[in-house]
Design a protein around this ligand. Structure first.
Ligand code: HEM
Length: 180
């Protein structure tokens, strides 16, 4: 019996992330924070998929952008738009210019590659979770590495309108296997 328990304990939990719009303790093994903790990013890899959660203090949209060239240019962006009732929408976008514009991949000849998403709002904090393939094959997406350094941009907006410019935005290079 003890051996059986030991064997079970050593098997990594399959599908540990639950895309339900809440982040529970231990759900994601990697995380980092920006803007004095007002924007937190958590992530987990499962097979060929990545799961991400954005936890931010904002009444508006939240977004992450992958591997831009300059400022926002050529960034593969994922937006989370979460209403007060936890009604969530997402948009898989691509920024073609340094300060935008960004438009849905589907409007530029690509695909929407978000596999699952959900969000909640509690007080002034929004949680948005999503999953996608690490490498979607879409020319308007960047492949996400599971190790090494990777450049991202983050932003959150003042309202749920995606045309509203961010209240705060920044760029960072993150360590994909978690901070060392
Ligand atoms: C929603 C529509 C958006 C508009 C209209 C917009 C517009 C702009 C503009 C005009 C700037 C120049 C600097 C400034 O005026 O603050 C800028 C900077 C920037 N944007 Fe956006 N942006 C949008 C969305 C996003 C998103 C979704 C991200 C990230 C996922 C992002 C990341 C950045 C970053 C990192 C900078 C540089 C900030 C800095 O250096 O301080 N933007 N944006």
């Amino acid at each position: 019996m003890a051996l059986a328990l030991l064997a079970l304990a050593s098997v990594p939990a399959a599908f540990a992330v639950n895309v339900d719009g809440t982040v529970s303790s231990g759900e994601y093994s990697k995380q980092t924070a920006f803007d004095n903790g007002n924007y937190r990013l958590l992530w987990e890899f499962e097979g060929n998929r990545v799961f991400m959660a954005i936890v931010a203090k904002t009444p508006g949209w939240v977004a992450i952008g992958f591997n831009p060239s300059t400022v926002m240019a050529n960034a593969d962006m994922v937006f989370g738009i979460v209403g007060n009732q936890g009604n969530a929408q997402t948009s898989d976008e691509w920024s073609s210019g340094i300060f935008g514009p960004h438009a849905p991949d589907v409007n530029q000849g690509g695909k929407s590659d978000i596999l699952s998403f959900a969000g909640t709002r509690t007080g002034d904090t929004v949680v948005f979770e999503f999953s996608r393939l690490l490498d979607t094959g879409d020319k308007f997406d960047k492949a996400i590495p599971t190790s090494g350094r990777f450049k991202i941009i983050w932003a959150y907006g003042p309202s749920l309108q995606l045309s509203a410019k961010h209240t705060k935005a920044g760029s960072a290079t993150i360590q994909m296997e978690g901070q060392k």
